[in-house]
Write a protein that binds this ligand. Structure first.
Ligand code: SF4
Length: 264
């Protein structure tokens, strides 16, 4: 009888959860960890701290990370489509990330005859709602060890702390991994990018103005409120920072009221 050939992949994002999953599997699923391949889908536009953190993960786990690159670069796609990725036209994730993984999995199946490929994902037990959004790949069986083992946000932080690796340096100024020009960023995130990596901010600005003809005809760029060129004008920086401060105060007051309400 033909024995089914299994392969195991963990998809790293450079964020806390997927990194913690790698360490969790090393401790709790050693037989799988031994044959597990760590994979990172590189858009080629990640923030530098992510690339540094990936190197650190390799060292701490003593395991290489396979870095998958997109078939067509961001610049190449932009030159053809002429519009930037946005909330309405999120072409980036599919073309720069998901396709790389799909092609890699197809290669594993057809070139190396793996019949079962398991993909381990770092979705936590407190975000089960994300599971339905996963599960899009017909070539993969997705596994959620954190859900199966009741792992929550605090547990993830403890796993990283106990492993000695801690979290990526980008958490000092940004909440998520991903492209430095991600359109999901708030204005404040953009300003932090400008403060921490002015060169990358400038490159994003160039994509808006030099590489995208639509912008020249007045269309919005990465951000819904400001063009990147306008965003860093002193008067706009002032408005963005004041609005951010106000939103933080509101959040703080709301949390305080909830705590007081719950204490009665
Ligand atoms: S991080 Fe943002 S810009 Fe990059 S692929 Fe994901 S959604 Fe697109």
């Amino acid at each position: 009888m033909n024995k089914k050939k299994e392969y195991h992949i963990l998809s790293l994002s450079g964020g806390k959860d997927s990194t913690a999953l790698a360490f969790f599997m090393r401790e709790n699923m050693p037989e799988i960890f031994e044959k597990l391949e760590l994979v990172f889908c590189d858009t080629e536009h990640e923030i530098p701290e992510t690339y540094e953190y990936l190197n650190k993960i390799e060292l701490f786990l003593n395991k290489p990370i396979t870095r998958l690159k997109p078939k067509r670069s961001f610049e190449d796609i932009l030159a053809t489509t002429n519009f930037l990725p946005s909330h309405k036209h999120r072409w980036c994730t599919g073309l720069l990330k998901n396709n790389s993984l799909n092609n890699y999995v197809k290669m594993l199946r057809f070139m190396h005859n793996y019949t079962i490929i398991k993909l381990y994902l770092g979705i936590r037990n407190d975000e089960i709602f994300r599971i339905s959004a996963a599960g899009q790949n017909p070539y993969l069986i997705e596994i959620f060890p954190f859900v199966e083992n009741n792992i929550y946000k605090n547990d993830v932080e403890n796993i990283l702390k106990n492993a000695g690796i801690g979290i990526s340096d980008y958490y000092k100024w940004r909440k998520r991994s991903g492209c430095y020009f991600c359109f999901y960023q708030s204005c404040m995130d953009w300003l932090r990018l400008y403060e921490n990596h002015p060169d990358l901010y400038k490159r994003a600005m160039e994509y808006e103005y030099n590489d995208c003809k639509e912008i020249k005809s007045g269309r919005m760029g990465f951000n819904m409120d400001y063009s990147l060129r306008d965003m860093i004008k002193p008067e706009n920086i002032k408005i963005i920072k004041e609005n951010y401060q106000k939103s933080q105060e509101n959040k703080h007051n709301k949390n305080l009221s909830t705590t007081l309400f719950n204490s009665f």
